[in-house]
Design a protein around this ligand. Structure first.
Ligand code: ROI
Length: 164
């Protein structure tokens, strides 16, 4: 049984574009999983303290046979391998990998909240998701197009496809 999983990627430290490209390469190598597509690259102003660099954001679609928890282990390995630095709350970071959606499941566990908690208020999550799948339905929250419409504008910008 495979599940379609949407993963959010974000970076604003240590050559963010390279961080995203490397992370996508690592997503390709996750066991029992297949990378299907990515959203292309977006630039977004920081949510949180404003005295930090702009972020690069993207989303990826994978198909996996892993449970959400096992997939989270794999994503945390990738974050750590890429020397994750995280200085302060809502501050700059080398690489963030979040499970945004896991099939149509709603999960509230110690380690995971899926759909991702801040999703509906974050253009840097919604726009990449919409580009990956304009017909997407977010479990418990509604159609991606309606979520994008309702989300406060932050000034996100699409930069183009990711060359890897
Ligand atoms: N802001 C933007 N624009 N993009 C992110 O990926 C991002 N990630 C975060 C916080 C610090 C909330 N701000 C962000 O974790």
């Amino acid at each position: 049984m495979t599940v379609k999983v949407y993963i959010g990627l974000g970076s604003n430290l240590h050559n963010p574009e390279q961080q995203i490209v490397s992370a996508l390469q690592s997503l390709r190598e996750i066991k029992a999983s297949r990378l299907i597509n990515n959203s292309g690259l977006f630039r977004s102003p920081p949510m949180g303290p404003q005295d930090q660099p702009d972020y690069l954001n993207a989303a990826a679609l994978i198909e996996t046979e892993l449970t959400a928890e096992l997939l989270l282990d794999q994503l945390q390995n990738i974050e750590n391998t890429q020397g994750r630095v995280r200085s302060r709350r809502w501050g700059e970071r080398t690489l963030d990998l979040d499970i945004l959606l896991y099939g149509d499941e709603v999960i509230h566990s110690e380690r995971l909240t899926i759909p991702h908690a801040g999703l509906a208020l974050r253009e840097f999550v919604l726009h990449p998701l919409q580009r990956l799948n304009p017909a997407l339905n977010v479990p418990g929250k509604g159609k991606i197009i309606d979520l994008v419409e309702a989300c406060p504008a932050s000034g996100i910008e699409y930069l183009g496809p990711i060359n890897d």
